[in-house]
Design a protein around this ligand. Sequence first.
Ligand SMILES: [Zn+2]
Ligand SMILES: [Zn+2]
Length: 125
Amino acid sequence: MPTSKEEIRRKYGLTDEEYDPIDALSLRPSCEHCDKPLPPDATEARICSFECTFCADCMERVIGNVCPNCGGGFVPRPPRPARHWRNGNYLGAFPARTLKKHKPVAAAVHAAFSEEIRKLAPERR
Ligand SMILES: [Zn+2]
Ligand SMILES: [Zn+2]
């Protein structure tokens, strides 16, 4: 992330309303389960509302749309623009996080955890 909000705001001449980077996704660099790289332009990255991040394969085959950390469902993670189109909202000013989180899911543990949760649609959990 850039050094300070104020610095970016000044650089691009933005009002506080135009500039809201606090809410930007961190764009975690890899799948939490299999450690596959998931760069900012990856179309197979899946995230929960807390941004627990998995590849589409692991989300479908291993964890079954139940986040092992929070129990929530997943959606595709949007790619962050690599080009500066507007207001400094691009990868150059807000690079993807580089710190990995590799915490493979134990199948038996997840099966027990998700057994009841998976019966509920994500919006009802
Ligand atoms: Zn994976
Ligand atoms: Zn989660």
